[in-house]
Design a protein around this ligand. Structure first.
Ligand code: TYD
Length: 134
């Protein structure tokens, strides 16, 4: 897997501090239709364990830290997320898992579409099969 999925987000810095604005013009590879965030994650809990058929997402660890496992069906990589100026792009057909959430972790996710359960592949065997025939 290559690491094109890691985006250094554009930080606007002035004497007051920093600001990041995200849209297609500033380099996000999709238009945002939905935003959600994950917080108060219990110690030892992991999340994700799915891929999407069509959805594009970007995950940003706003505060705290967690790790993200990415799997395209052929190889896996693990990214440590601990910077609010780094986004991890999750295009369709990337199996992803989030682990090792710190107590204060807030994981922000920008998504290209509304929530549709039928866009999810939650079975890893089904995902591997679908990844191979793409
Ligand atoms: P789930 O997909 O299990 O979260 P994760 O990918 O972090 O493991 O979602 C948890 C619950 O929230 C599940 O009942 C579906 C619901 N949900 C929505 O209603 N809208 C959303 O945008 C998302 C992401 C989840």
């Amino acid at each position: 897997m290559n690491f094109e999925e890691v985006y250094n987000l554009p930080v606007l810095v002035d004497e007051r501090g920093s600001l990041i604005a995200l849209d297609k013009i500033s380099g996000l590879p999709f238009d945002i239709k939905r935003v959600y965030y994950i917080f108060n994650t219990k110690p030892e809990a992991s999340r994700g364990f799915h891929a999407h058929k069509n959805l594009h997402q970007m995950a940003i660890c706003i505060t705290g830290s967690c790790s993200m496992v990415l799997d395209d069906g052929f190889s896996k990589s693990t990214l440590e997320m601990n910077s609010c100026s780094v986004g991890v792009y999750l295009p369709p057909m990337i199996w992803h898992e989030m682990h090792n959430f710190s107590d204060d972790c807030i994981l922000l996710v920008l998504a290209s579409d509304y929530y549709y359960e039928d866009d999810y592949i939650r079975d890893y065997t089904e995902f591997k099969k679908a990844a191979k025939i793409r």
